[in-house]
Design a protein around this ligand. Structure first.
Ligand code: ADP
Ligand code: MG
Length: 701
């Protein structure tokens, strides 16, 4: 059976080398199995036959049965069309073709019975069927399609090469003729029985050729469950194996530097959530297992402080820590923040980025190896081969979605044992997605903001209200506040975006002239040093307005900034908007976020803007984002190294099923961690097969 599954698609009757090439190029279908798992995106009800007298133009589709009575060309020679009449015992209807005329004119006969399926339209005040699906009644009887007709997504290119949804449907028919009898179950019988699941052969048949809506829904349930369940099983198992096999460093001591910091330097009371999360992390790092934990917390929830306190615990146990940030600006900001927090404490913090000078780099390297450095802050530069630690015990990764899984993995190579890993993200990830993406990580959540913060007020302005917006900024600046103005930067249209930014910068400079006002600008084309300089002017309060591209998206902390203006807000994704908004509202004053858009907004863009105006809750926004865009698009999923694409389950809608699948997987693994018992053999084999397909990703997260 495996061989049959893996057989090259070109050997399927009806495919051949040409079509195989197209299928691979456009749909990534290379084997029989790929086609088998290429599921329809919708179905049309074909249970009902209409009489021709019943047809009216409001019907989405009609299916009729009858005979052609006459054929002929119509229209002027340049815009010729082929017209037929089709009749049953209640009347007749016109059928029209505009394309493929040479073929069509000889395709059908008047002495045979046909089934037509198409959308009724009105032309010249008469009802027409344009390019309907036509099938001989005898073939219709034999085809697998009965009640519901599947529709497969195709591409323009495929359609131009005569591979339509209907073509795929026919290929699917052929496929089932070839392998229908040989499809093997992947889940053990006890599971099918317990969960009331449809067997796989039946489910696959019914997903493509549903016999009834009820069977279709059972087929979908079965396939969704299997998909989610196998992912969970695999993630949970690899976590089990990892935690059993890899011993972690044991941080058992609560020592001097943590105590000193807590008693003398901590500038405020920790929030309850911060305390809880620190406890969770400490317990984990003291357990003897290697920690792999995701720390989720909305922007401004105080993750940096949590990271610092854990790095102090590492130090008290004789270990070094590193803190990685995705950009240089962020890395230097973290560096300053940590230095500030620590004050005159005897803790050595160093900063290493791509632009660190060679001489400094050598000094830093020396201190790292000799163990003098306690905390190393930096960018990707940290994971370069040449950077060596004496005893790296804890790696903190901020804003994880910019780091790939592979990069996380390379941290492990710096030691004889992997350090504890704490991944911090401010992109609130809905539970369902977190479970799938990070199913092998433990999760801690800071679900509380430090006290005294006023929620940011969000308003939506159209471009025509720009003067009013400027007026508001002037008032805020007069009160001593600072302002961000952010422009989108999206790669494909980079040139245009820079033009927007430049124009915007100029008009702001005109509206806010010196000496009363000072404006900074930061964008991706500047050298790191220039960026830092501009950023530092703003941080120090020497400039009033910071005009920027999204480089300030994450992490920058200027409590005095109270207004965030987002230009072309319709071009940003929800989670990006939320991140940007999180840059203000950090001080005690009322802050405002102004979303500027043009008048013309797509439905989705409007929903995003409305969501932003309605709520400040990061998790609510993340859920909305997931519903709007679907998980494949969700920020971060591309780079997170998600090793699979979901074919049928939908994380936006199938959260409950996912939960169920996870619990089921947990229970099975609790009783049989290695899946060695005879009743779980089948699961083990299924997992092995899947994992071979998806490289050895379970090793690296
Ligand atoms: P995050 O990285 O989670 O977005 P930060 O760590 O940058 O948030 O913290 C945001 C701001 O809140 C910082 O200025 C930080 O000093 C401050 N902060 C952190 N914890 C507390 C607390 N418990 N009470 C008051 N302010 C806090
Ligand atoms: Mg942060």
């Amino acid at each position: 059976m495996q061989n049959l599954y893996q057989r090259d698609i070109k050997y399927l009757p009806g495919v051949g080398p040409k079509r195989a090439e197209w299928l691979e190029k456009e749909l990534n279908i290379c084997t029989f199995a790929d086609l088998l798992y290429y599921f329809p995106y919708k179905y049309a009800d074909r249970t009902r036959f209409y009489k021709i007298s019943e047809i009216h133009p409001d019907l989405p589709h009609v299916q009729i049965r009858g005979r052609f009575t006459r054929f002929g060309f119509a229209g002027d020679p340049r815009r010729k069309r082929f017209v037929a009449r089709f009749a049953d015992d209640t009347g007749s209807v016109e059928v029209v073709w505009f394309r493929g005329l040479r073929w069509i004119q000889n395709a059908y006969q008047t002495d045979r019975e046909y089934v037509l399926f198409g959308k009724p339209t009105v032309f010249n005040r008469r009802i027409n069927l344009v390019h309907p699906e036509v099938e001989e009644a005898s073939a219709y009887e034999k085809s697998l399609t009965r009640a519901l007709q599947p529709f497969y997504s195709t591409t323009e290119k495929l359609k131009n090469n005569f591979i339509s949804s209907k073509t795929i449907q026919k290929l699917m028919n052929n496929l089932f003729e070839q392998i229908g009898q040989n499809i093997q179950e992947t889940l053990p019988p006890y599971l099918l029985e317990k969960m009331g699941l449809m067997p796989l052969p039946e489910a696959l048949l019914n997903i493509h050729f549903p016999e009834s809506p009820r069977l279709l829904s059972r087929a979908r349930y079965r396939l969704k469950f299997e998909e989610l369940f196998l992912i969970q099983l695999s993630l949970l198992q690899s976590r089990k194996i990892r935690t059993q096999k890899t011993e972690g460093f044991v941080f058992s001591r609560v020592g001097d530097s943590l105590n000193e910091f807590y008693e003398k330097h901590l500038p405020f009371e920790l929030t309850k959530a911060q305390k809880r999360v620190i406890r969770e992390i400490r317990k984990d790092m003291g357990s003897g297992r290697q920690m792999n934990r995701l720390l989720q917390g909305d922007v401004g929830s105080g993750k940096t402080l949590v990271a610092l306190m854990n790095m102090l615990i590492a130090r008290d146990n004789g270990f070094q820590s590193c803190l990685m940030a995705p950009t240089e600006i962020l890395a230097s900001q973290h560096y300053r923040t940590l230095k500030n927090f620590l004050g005159n404490m005897d803790v050595q913090v160093d900063l290493l980025t791509g632009s660190t000078r060679k001489k400094d780099r050598e000094n830093i390297q020396e201190d790292l190896v000799s163990g003098k450095t306690d905390i190393l802050v930096g960018t990707h530069a940290l994971i370069e081969e040449t950077v060596r630690f004496s005893r790296l015990g804890l790696a903190v990764i901020d804003e994880q979605h910019r780091f790939g899984v592979a990069q996380r993995a390379s941290l492990w190579k710096k030691n004889e044992r992997p350090p504890h890993v704490l991944v911090m993200t401010a992109t609130p990830i809905p539970r369902t997605l977190a479970m799938t993406l990070y199913g092998d990580l433990d999760i801690s959540v800071i679900d509380e903001l430090p006290p005294g913060r006023k929620p940011v007020k969000t308003v939506h302005y159209y471009d025509s209200q720009r003067l009013r917006m400027f007026g508001f900024l002037k008032k805020q600046i007069a009160e001593g506040r600072q302002v961000y103005v952010v422009y989108p930067l999206i790669r494909e249209s980079e040139k245009m975006d820079y033009k927007d930014l430049e124009d915007g910068y100029e008009s702001i400079c005109r509206a806010f002239p010196p000496p009363d006002y000072a404006v900074s600008v930061v964008h991706g084309r500047m050298k790191p040093a220039e960026k830092d300089k501009a950023m530092n002017h703003f941080i120090a309060g020497r400039t009033h307005i910071m005009v920027a591209t999204t480089v300030i998206e994450v992490g920058v902390d200027v409590p005095n900034a109270s207004v965030m203006v987002i230009e072309s807000a319709e071009r940003f994704g929800l989670s990006q908007l939320h991140q940007l908004r999180g840059r203000v509202g950090r001080g005690a004053d009322q802050s405002t976020c102004i979303l500027m858009t043009s008048y013309e907004l797509s439905r989705e863009a409007r929903m995003r803007i409305e969501t932003m105006v309605r709520t400040n809750d990061g998790f609510e926004i993340a859920e909305a984002d997931l519903k709007l865009r679907g998980p494949g698009d969700l920020e971060g999923t591309q780079q997170s190294g998600i090793p699979f694409t979901l074919r049928i389950a939908d994380l936006g809608k199938d959260g409950q099923l996912l939960q169920y699948a996870r619990e089921t997987a947990e229970k099975i693994l609790a009783g049989d961690p290695e899946l060695n018992s005879p009743e779980n053999r089948m699961l083990l084999e299924t997992l092995r097969r899947n994992q071979k397909e998806y490289m050895n990703w379970s090793m690296i997260s």
